[in-house]
Design a protein around this ligand. Sequence first.
Ligand code: MN
Length: 378
Amino acid sequence: MPDTKIIVNDTTLRDGEQTAGVAFSAEEKIAIARALANAGVPEMEIGIPVMCEEERETILAIATLGLPASLMAWGRMCDTDLDAAASCGVHIVNLSIPVSDIQIRHKLGRDREWVLETIPCFVKRALDRGLDVSIGGEDASRADQDFLLRVVEQAQAAGARRFRFADTLGLLDPFSTYKRISQLRDATDLEIEMHAHNDLGLATANTLAAVLAGASHINTTVNGLGERAGNAALEESVMGLHHLYGIETGIDGRHFPDISRLVALASGRPVPVNKSIVGESVFTHESGIHVDGLLKNLLNYQGVDPEEVGREHRLMLGKHSGSKAVMQAYAGLGILLSGLEAKALLARIRDHAVATKRAPSANDLKRFYLEAMPCRGS
Ligand code: MN
């Protein structure tokens, strides 16, 4: 179990924005960076400077805000990308280089030796420009593990600070992640950052496994935004570390709903209602058995206290409701029901739920009441 704090490096503004069809405006990027820093996110990857002049200006504008967070830019391991990164005020650059044979051969047309020779050369150039360096091992999950050990050795000897293990295609499971990161941890003193993708729905699980294996940093995105199925979600990773292992990140979960809304709006990617932590419905209860249990004692059906993440329990009336919930809902409207009345109204509420696929509004409830008990209406 790691005894030090885990550093979250949120990449909503880089890999999050890399999602097909997503493009943030400068104002949106600045607002998201402010919100993340305000929540206590200690580090963020804020863009790809070489992309265009406007991107460079936005990165520079964020750097000028003086946020209490370390700022990273992303680039390939080449001079144009390094020059662009060095010109926009960030503290650390992630220089990405493919490390799997398939990408080294078929994307770069190079070989492993070329990769090993190129790394120290660019680490030195970045250090000379006053930047800290993370070596981004693209497609690390498909790389030969012995070769990866040589990569981190070269990176450390050259003066890099960090190695990013990118499961670029989201192919790992938590067990293989644990094994791969443990071996790297034993082989190097570099910071190790886990970059997980969610193609098999395992991004958060793999991120937690990497931390248990000794990763010091994790790369996350708000709402799990990111290429294809996305990256490890910030909110899931932070709450997972805290609840499962007592590992702190210094991030205040009460900010998650606001940040989630901000990113959903700016990305045009609405959050699914059942998305962990931030989904609209994840603290909403309808089932009669669960609602009865919650009304007796919240702990009967509460895993995560919604207050920790700026939310609250909501009870919803529907097909699976019981009379206790009906009585409680009507009491909230100032109408005290007998058990028999609640049963009668429950039948009406069930019909409504089946017909409309939604919860009755306060007005619906009042109308049901007047229809069922006309003489008691005033
Ligand atoms: Mn990625």
